[in-house]
Write a protein that binds this ligand. Sequence first.
Ligand SMILES: Nc1ncnc2c1ncn2[C@@H]1O[C@H](COP(=O)(O)OP(=O)(O)OP(=O)(O)O)[C@@H](O)[C@H]1O
Ligand SMILES: [Mg+2]
Length: 326
Amino acid sequence: MIVTVTLNAALDVTYVVPELQPHASHRVTSVSQVGGGKGVNVASVLAQQGRPVMATGLLGGATGAVVRADLDARGLAHRFSPVAGETRRAVTVVSEAHGDATVFNEPGPSVTEQEWQGFLADLRALLGEVRPQVVVASGSLPPGTPTDAYAAVVRLAREAGALSVVDTSAGPLLAALPAAPDLVKPNRDELAEVTGEAGLLVGARRLLDLGAREVVVSAGPDGLLDVTAGGGVWRAHLDAPLTGNPTGAGDAAVAALAAGLAEGRTAREALADAVAWSAAAVLHPLAGHVRPDDVVGLRARVRVVPPGTTETATPHQEDRRAHPAP
Ligand SMILES: Nc1ncnc2c1ncn2[C@@H]1O[C@H](COP(=O)(O)OP(=O)(O)OP(=O)(O)O)[C@@H](O)[C@H]1O
Ligand SMILES: [Mg+2]
């Protein structure tokens, strides 16, 4: 069992309009509403891949009720803790003429100290009850939660005998590291932002120094880089980049890594799966979705590059520019 934690869950609202124009009124062609937030996306991908999963976090107000109802309708197991504030909406406006999307992210509800403590108590009880192998904590924090919220989640996971995976950015990522999360998965920009380092390898090693036990960096079409203190640097990528919707691809990578850990493999051993699951997410138009057949087909196209191997192919050009010689 994998438990995913989404403290800043959202109702993902998508408007499709013929052509988005600032200062104008629009006729909306279609509206869709789905429960979202990064941990919910991870849970959704795990469920599609047949893995037992439970989503938790914070939900509040009428919007929180819509998210709950959507998770029920999708058959996704969940047990969120209540907050008085209103769960945020993330509104995406798709402009058919431009073929692109404009996103409005609300900040999320204000969480009181009492609600935060209530969540921690609920999480402790949930972990004691379902005994997960892995706890995944993903995404931004709503206002009012402490910056080291994920450190508290990592400690509760360890106390319950579970491994922890943290996928967040900026202050909340840095503040999680002293709790020694078993795995963190920054993307290239998030890593550069918290470490001030442009190079993936230098940045990943910085996160190890700060307490992470293992770092998997995602680099968009260039794939994944796995770094541990003693285990060298492993890379994995697809044979060729895909075009599609990369939003949520990182969540699918996290889902695959968590699935591997839950099955007793290391994150490094699950790296190729993570490339396949995340590539399948790029092929699916909706974030938090993969088609199992795509995962199987793409898995055969994954190239794994063990430590010390030099590649003649092009995928890691950008990183090599940052590190001309190892
Ligand atoms: N264009 C692409 N072609 C093939 N694979 C891709 C492509 N874009 C992303 N991926 C895969 O998805 C993984 C995660 O992508 P990325 O680094 O963009 O994550 P992210 O920024 O954390 O995404 P998000 O937070 O929206 O889920 C990559 O490491 C890679 O394996
Ligand atoms: Mg991400």
